[in-house]
Design a protein around this ligand. Structure first.
Ligand code: AR6
Length: 169
């Protein structure tokens, strides 16, 4: 079965999907950008679940390139899949870690039985990844993933991000 890739412009916290992916950091305890928006709108249940993960499996935090699921709290989605993108570096090629975020998030989505998953453009905000390269890695990795997810929806904030993804697709 082939996965449909769709693009929308907007705020990922309003998406009605089985799982929303959060561009988190290793602490899992919140931050700015997508992460801040998800915790604000999803309410304290998400943070409580993240704190449980820190007490149990992820005492040192979630490593870059990995993914883990929690409740989606009050979001319209059913689950949040937290993943940690790499910080952009002009001298060190961290592309494989960024690809790993998409691959691992889809692996977790498959474990959850999710049919629809919304992704932000991981690492392209506070972590500084150039949008065109971030879009290329995102789309190539989803296409190569072999996931059972029926629809992968990229939710892009702003016209530039949307148009870059559209051109790549
Ligand atoms: N919906 C969709 N896209 C968004 C939204 C939103 N509500 N808000 C921002 N974007 P970022 P990163 C876009 O910074 O680069 C946090 O502090 C944004 O324009 O959210 O992976 C974490 O805790 C950009 O294109 O994530 C980490 O410390 C993309 O989403 C760090 O930021 C990702 O931007 C992670 O940085």
């Amino acid at each position: 079965m082939s996965t449909r890739i769709t693009l929308v412009r907007g705020d990922i916290t309003t998406e009605e999907v089985d799982a929303v992916v959060n561009a988190a950091n290793s602490s899992l305890l919140g931050g700015g950008g997508v992460d801040g928006a998800i915790h604000r709108r999803g309410g304290p249940e998400i943070l409580a679940a993240c704190e449980d993960l820190r007490r149990s499996h992820y005492g040192k935090g979630l490593p870059t390139g990995r993914a883990v699921a929690t409740t989606a709290g009050r979001l319209p989605a059913r689950h949040v899949i937290h993943t940690v993108g790499p910080v952009w570096s002009p001298s060190d090629d961290r592309s494989e870690l960024l690809a790993s975020c998409y691959r691992e998030s889809l692996r977790v989505a498959d474990e959850l039985g999710a049919r629809t998953v919304a992704f932000p453009a991981i690492s392209t905000g506070i972590y500084g990844w150039p949008m065109d390269d971030g879009a290329r890695i995102a789309i190539e990795t989803v296409r190569a993933s072999g996931t059972s997810v029926e629809e992968v929806r990229f939710v892009l904030f702003g016209t530039d991000a949307y148009e870059t993804f559209a051109a790549t697709l």
